[in-house]
Design a protein around this ligand. Structure first.
Ligand code: MN
Length: 360
């Protein structure tokens, strides 16, 4: 038996219609304008970036020509009226923008540093033009940790960007390497939220994570989730107990594995004596980690994420333009959530983490 995802969403929508639009009494078009919807994994780019990558001869993560992404690129470049219209149609109040993955992390270090500054300047300008529709995260070049830290300082104080987006590993190096500590010190100093976004698995993992047809749907998530576990294991959150880490795709598997990790962490470290952390793995996951829905428009998984992480640790994201904004809205609108849960996921958590003020 095959069940179409859209049919499931429609069925859920019909079943949950009564609770969808508080006070409106509508049942036909329940989703638009009922909530402030702030989407937090939404991307932009500019042609010069793709031209640079073309000159360097870099390909796509799934081995197809970049021409296959022409439609996506056009949407990435459009950050004016066209984008606002698409957001309005889907009922998205605000996008928290970041520079499209893999961003500057695949460029040579010098060019990466320059391109990050360019991306942040452009993002600052986008936000200045539409401060009630866009917020943004800082792009950094981890290739140069000290310069990345300087850019975090500049972009957070002068451009009004309130988060940092890093697309997982950089040339096969993970952020638990002590050389990246200046980046975390800057994130901590400016009280920013770090978003760890997936990217193509690094060379050392490519052999087993590049699975044709499954590279993105499995390989990317496993790589990003593993990166997050490495950060937890490194003691990062003992050094910076208030640091906030957002993972997309409902936590890249971490909510599912959290309690199992405690169980085996206690067993394994009991045998080896190598228990170096102040807290159990699930405590870092529930206290320091936040998860965004980005592309996970499924009710059972959303429910589990809220039950494991708490409603204050789940954020709404659509993954525009890789995924459909309207589909993401329909999924959360039609989920069996309390009004409190839905308001937290749609806007309260994003407002808190990205310091977005609602006053007009
Ligand atoms: Mn994404």
């Amino acid at each position: 038996m095959s069940i179409n995802r859209r049919d499931l969403i429609k069925a859920g929508l019909a079943a949950g219609a009564a609770g969808l639009a508080p006070g409106s009494g509508r049942t036909q078009e329940p989703m638009i304008a009922s909530y402030r919807r702030i989407a937090v994994e939404e991307t932009f780019s500019f042609p010069e970036y793709f031209e640079a990558r073309r000159r360097l001869g870099s390909g796509t993560a799934i081995g197809v020509s970049s021409d296959a992404f022409n439609d996506v690129h056009a949407k990435l470049f459009e950050v004016g009226e066209g984008r606002l219209e698409a957001m309005d149609k889907a009922g998205i109040t605000m996008q928290v923008l970041s520079f499209y993955a893999p961003g500057v992390q695949v460029l040579p270090a010098g060019l990466a540093v320059e391109m990050a500054i360019e991306a942040n300047d452009r993002l600052g300008e986008i936000i200045r033009r539409h401060p009630r529709r866009f917020a943004g995260m800082i792009t950094v070049a981890p290739q140069e940790p000290d310069k990345a830290a300087q850019e975090i300082a500049r972009a957070s104080t002068r451009l009004g960007l309130t988060g940092v987006m890093i697309n997982s590993h950089t040339n096969g190096e993970f952020l638990d390497d002590p050389k990246f500590m200046p980046i975390f010190e800057a994130i901590n100093e400016y009280d920013l939220t770090l978003y760890l976004h997936p990217t193509a698995p690094p060379p050392q993992a490519a052999e087993f994570l590049h699975i044709p047809g499954f590279t993105v749907g499995w390989g990317f998530g496993v790589e990003a989730g593993t990166h997050a576990v490495r950060l937890i294991a490194s003691g990062l959150f003992d050094r910076f107990p208030d640091m906030r880490l957002i993972l997309g795709h409902l936590g890249e598997g971490l909510p599912l594995w959290a309690d199992r990790m405690d169980n085996r962490y206690e067993w394994e470290t009991g045998l080896t004596g190598a228990r170096a952390l102040d807290r159990l793995p699930s405590q870092y996951i529930k206290q320091n980690v936040y998860v965004a829905t980005s592309g996970m428009n499924y009710h059972a998984q959303l429910r589990m994420a809220i039950d494991v992480m708490g409603k204050d640790h789940v954020l709404f994201a659509t993954d525009y333009p890789m995924e459909d904004q309207r589909e993401a809205v329909e999924a959360v609108d039609s989920a069996a959530l309390s009004d409190e849960e839905r308001a937290s996921i749609y806007h309260r958590n994003a407002e808190r983490l990205f310091r977005i003020t609602t006053a007009d």
